[in-house]
Design a protein around this ligand. Structure first.
Ligand SMILES: [Zn+2]
Length: 345
């Protein structure tokens, strides 16, 4: 039998708790509404979307798909914000393709563009993961995450009082050779384009340490490190950045597989940094996925699938729930994001 045909079923007799509704109202601070991640809701009636969010107990939803082209941002603002202004926050972005045209002044230009996006209604800035891996300057050189030419952009977000949600790097194993020791061998087999060996790519730690340097340098700007600060595999590293930088927050979207297989460390982490953690699904407005996250946060269920598929999409591991206390749940589900996005209840 090939390993790919091996699909063992756990024989543990343990509890399965269905958490249909979250214990407190939820603000989803990391998600999408356009293709490919968000289900193409910019082409579908918003009333259906609101029904799903109501069912999931999600009272506000951050849509990171505003993009950088005026058209896209305007379409999202018009489509979602006009329909239910209090339910959506739409983020803008940076058009890195324009770097060669603006050269060393690119940071100033991007800052001015973000000001314009904010004037039109964008309520945050999303930095996608090509930054640090693919974005190049006017000389064709890779732009480091802490490149000082971008300081005007980060400072402008601080002046505007709008958060910057950053996803740099990717799972650490994507930077390792694709061999028999790689914990994401099966996933990389299906997506070899997700492999970032160094060289030619920078080492994982250079990227995330560059991000931490930017956060430290711009203490007046609120940063959200996506996917557990971009380093869910190392909660001590993330905790050190949180300790050092009061302006740093994290979301834990798409990382139940990492958190749930280190449940003791994760639980301690959530208790210690309860004021700095935001809820995010990053899988579109998907009811079964929301319920999986609620189960992970609220119950002490053991050894369950970290996604709603039977296949080991990321790796052959399982998650244990964190059974967080109510005061922590309330902060993670609602209070922290409500403070950041000025959402009243
Ligand atoms: Zn995302």
């Amino acid at each position: 039998m090939l390993l790919s045909d091996f699909k063992p079923r756990s024989k543990l007799v343990t509890r399965t708790t269905l958490v249909e509704r979250p214990r407190f109202p939820v603000i989803d601070a990391h998600n999408h509404l356009a293709e490919p991640f968000g289900g193409g809701w910019d082409q579908r009636p918003t009333s259906e979307l609101l029904d799903t969010l109501d069912q999931a107990g999600v009272v506000a939803y951050v849509d990171l798909d505003g993009g950088w082209g005026e058209d896209l941002l305007h379409r999202h603002l018009d489509h979602f914000k006009n329909a239910a202004p209090e339910r959506f926050r739409i983020f803008g972005g940076v058009d890195w393709e324009r770097w060669p045209e603006h050269g060393d002044g690119f940071g100033e230009w991007a800052a001015a563009r973000f000001r314009e996006q904010a004037r039109r209604g964008a309520e945050g800035l999303k930095i996608w993961k090509p930054f640090g891996l693919h974005v190049r300057d006017q000389h064709g050189a890779l732009v480091a995450v802490d490149d000082p030419r971008l300081d005007p952009l980060w400072a402008t977000a601080g002046e505007l009082g709008l958060p910057v949600l950053v996803h740099v790097a990717d799972p650490v194993a994507f930077f390792d050779p694709i061999d028999e020791t790689n914990e994401r061998w099966e996933e990389l087999g299906g997506h070899p384009e997700w492999s970032f060996p160094s060289p030619p790519f920078p080492p994982f730690l250079d990227i995330v340490n560059g991000f931490a340097a930017v956060v430290a340098r711009h203490s007046a700007t609120t940063f959200i490190g996506a996917h557990v600060g971009c380093y869910a595999e190392n909660l001590a590293w993330v905790g050190a950045v949180l300790d050092h930088c009061p302006n740093f927050h994290i979301d834990f979207s798409a990382r139940i597989g990492e958190l749930g297989r280190q449940p003791y460390s994760s639980r301690r982490f959530f208790l210690k940094y309860a004021d700095r953690i935001l809820f995010g699904l990053d899988a579109g407005p998907d009811l079964p996925n929301y319920r999986l996250y609620y189960r992970f946060l609220e119950t002490d269920d053991e050894y369950f699938n970290y996604n709603d598929s039977e296949a080991p999409l990321q790796g052959r591991w399982h998650a244990c729930g964190l059974y967080l206390p109510d005061d922590v749940l309330r902060k993670v589900y609602f209070d922290n994001a409500a403070r950041m996005f000025d959402i009243k209840r």
